[in-house]
Design a binder for this molecule. Sequence first.
Ligand code: AGP
Length: 609
Amino acid sequence: MCGIVGAVAQRNVSNILITGLKRLEYRGYDSAGVALINDQGLQRVRRQGKVAGLEQAVRETDASGFTGIAHTRWATHGRPSEKNAHPHLSGEELALVHNGIIENFQELREELESEGYQFASDTDTEVVVHLVHRAMAETADLFRALQSVVKRLRGAYALGVIHAREPHRLVAVRSGSPLVVGLGIDENYVASDQLALLPVTNRFVFLGEGDMVDVTLEGVRIFDADGNEVNREVHELDGAHEDAEKGEYRHYMQKEIFEQPAAIQRTLEDRIDSPQSVSDAFGERATAIFDQVRTVQIVACGTSYHAGMVARYWLEALAGIPCQVEVASEFRYRQHVVPEGTLFVTISQSGETADTLAALRDTDSSNYVGRLAICNVDGSSLVRESELVFLTKAGPEIGVASTKAFTTQLTALLMLVMALGRRKGMEDEKIESILNELRQLPNLIEQAASLDKPIEQLSRAFVEKHHTLFLGRGVQFPVAMEGALKLKEISYIHAEAYPAGELKHGPLALVDKDMPVVAVAPNDELLEKLKSNLQEVRARGGELYLFADKNAHVKEGEGIHVLNLPAVPEIIAPIVYTVPLQLLSYHVAVLRGTDVDQPRNLAKSVTVE
Ligand code: AGP
């Protein structure tokens, strides 16, 4: 989703801004732009398409400045085009960038038009820049102008504004959309994500909801939503830089698939020494809160939702704790009954997903025994607004398709199952045996990833297909769902997942030689039932592609292609079986020539509703 970078310095900041935008490309966008202030005034360059095109245009126009704002736009209001790209201007001195949606833009636009303001774009954002322009006529102070304008805005926004009359100042605000401040030496920055600024600083301030920041060469001043000056903690980040580079890999997604053993290892480190350390990993208040838990409500979107679905099978089967899982965009708009003793759990890679965040914010905390965030980004809104936090340690995930975030979420959720189970009488012996399985996990993931070459071979069969069915049973059903999501989002092949037992209730009608069917077949108690379901597919001429436990005795044959996985303990099998499905979609997408890391129409961090 839209990305913002801004800088105030004594040197030309155009490179800082363009590099920052490149590092935000993973968020998804369709156009990009930059506005720079130098001694001659304000200059703006915008282009539809990739940041590389903008970079070239900046070079060709010789645009430079010591203060600037830059933006990648993911269209919401108004189609992707140069005229709708940010920054938007009002007059020749004022420029603004925006991430989010201004819900009341229509009424504001009518008001401004009636006063003679002319609009150059179809965006909701343009009203804001004109409102600031109007306010500047009254206060002649950029900070105060923006402060008065945000009172008129409804919706979600992170905004950055510069004005040629105050050339060494950048004013920014966040409400509902992410924004961080970067602290440099005699120069300071803002960005939607700290990744954008890692080449210039490792010192960050995560703004709170409603915070407004006045950025100058001398420093930054932060004011809360009530206008009181506040001190926010400065975070020093280490080691995240290299993780955000592609290195020897062709795509970030590929790199992130192969990073999974290390990411899981990091997520487990120091947290699984004993049954007690598992609970401790959820924070100081965890034990007191977990003692009261009788049921769990999980809320998340996309891949994170699939992680929640797996957790439901685990929680009910291993810990005997009832669990509901719902996609956040539905949960937040539905009246629901909250059983006594419910723990509210959100799962998110980014911690900024608008629907998940809104669901958390809508919860009446008195109805829940506590709210836990399982999240990959420290300092994100979800993390800051939850009582309990478990940070997965996947490292920066740049590919839009979530891979290592998912498997580390599953790892975290299995730990949650043990932590809650222990309070409900799960024996330490049982916990120790799951811990032993978890200790083997990085190695098993590595073995699964070593099937890369044969999976690449297999993927050729999918390149010309238009549809694919994914099947799984039990806890492997959400794994099949995740496999289908991966294939559709990066290869644009229509893919659906079904619990294999549902086949004959409808989807079997679709099966013919043109519909490949992918199934995950670990050696579990449902294996024999799954095998019968697969016969139903073969009997209709469907081609089967099976990822099966080497001890499951699933035989290759006409129309049956089998890739054997190592023998995997049943509980952790969903984590291991995810990997071949990720590799399958990756290779199909590469062969189809799609944009693997930034698939069309999608954004990494969905910060608008
Ligand atoms: C999955 O590959 C997608 N990128 C998407 O479904 C994603 O999982 C979803 O948007 C939720 O994001 P979050 O984990 O950052 O909240």
